[in-house]
Design a protein around this ligand. Sequence first.
Ligand code: GMT
Length: 371
Amino acid sequence: MNIGIVCYPSHGGSGVVATELGKQLAQRGHNVHFISYGLPFRLHKFYENIYYHEVDTPNYPLFKYPPYSLALANKIAELIRYEDLDVIHAHYAIPHSICAMIARDIVKKPGLRLVTTLHGTDITLVGNDPSFQELTKYSIEGTDGVTAVSKALRQETIETFDIQSNIEVVYNFVDVQEYSRQLNPEVNLDHGGERVKNIIHISNFRPVKNISNVIKIFYLISQEVNSRLLLVGGGPEECLAKHMVQELKIEDKVLFLGKHDNIVPLMSISDLLLLPSVKESFGLVCIEAMACKVPTVVSNTGGLPEVVEDGVNGFLAEPDDYRTMAEKGIYLLQNPGIHQEFAERGRQMVEDRFNAEAIVEQYLDYYRSLK
Ligand code: GMT
């Protein structure tokens, strides 16, 4: 098949899922065309069957805002004709899905299928905003097929937008070969003769990620366990996090590591992942951690209970309940045998339910079902 993938190219779950899906489809012999304003960050090398089409947005003094969405719609239309696309897969409703609908209506190619994947913030934050609400509902009802990354997101979409049409749940996935615990003998984990435990948090530091609770949880853990906090990523609440770290006088224990393209080496030295998000439609970073045998302590919100089984491969607590999250973290870090069991069960869960092999087939079956 010739498949066009429209996505955001920057660090962030929706772009990662779109890019990894494209790579997997290309490996299976499909021609994959990425359409975006920048090269997706995980595509920085040559891949057979993968093509990248940059959207150039003209700007004129007349425009207060460059009309990216229109340029994107035009580019998709051009590619439907030139690359003879069979499927356009839009990741994120706003504006990608709408742009793909415009392109479809311009070209009117028989048999073309348009799929939209809802990732979460496009429904729970952006799409829900009154400025976009009508448009989001229109895009969900107007595409040929819609998928959501968790049952919770599907339910929230149906309720928020009063959707009558079918929404298929297709979970996030990882390549379990690539995502595995890979020990690096060059990294010294002994500090003062004792193995320091690494606690990791990876995100875009937006308010929804609840960074202040990440710091509070770590602070309580660090009182009981010799540990460090690895903060990976960056975004609007980085300053707040640094301020809290200074106030709590834990600067020597918190490492702000910035954005990383490859997180496997970081996961591989980690003992616990914290994700106390206020909202989280799936939590891709959880399965990345679990695949690398890192147990998780996360909030009991959105799709996270579909990923983390409380007391089996991680722990769930209310997003504001940082004390319980700290207690559960301490429990895991102080009990190596139990920690090992959680780590093994987490890896197994990813192999069984969130494995690229199975999920990519699910997407392909879905494309075919829309014929
Ligand atoms: O987590 C973010 O803020 C980034 C966001 C995105 O749109 O890229 O991630 C969303 O999509 C991911 C991939 O499907 C999901 O795993 C994340 O849970 C979801 N984020 C939220 O719902 C907050």
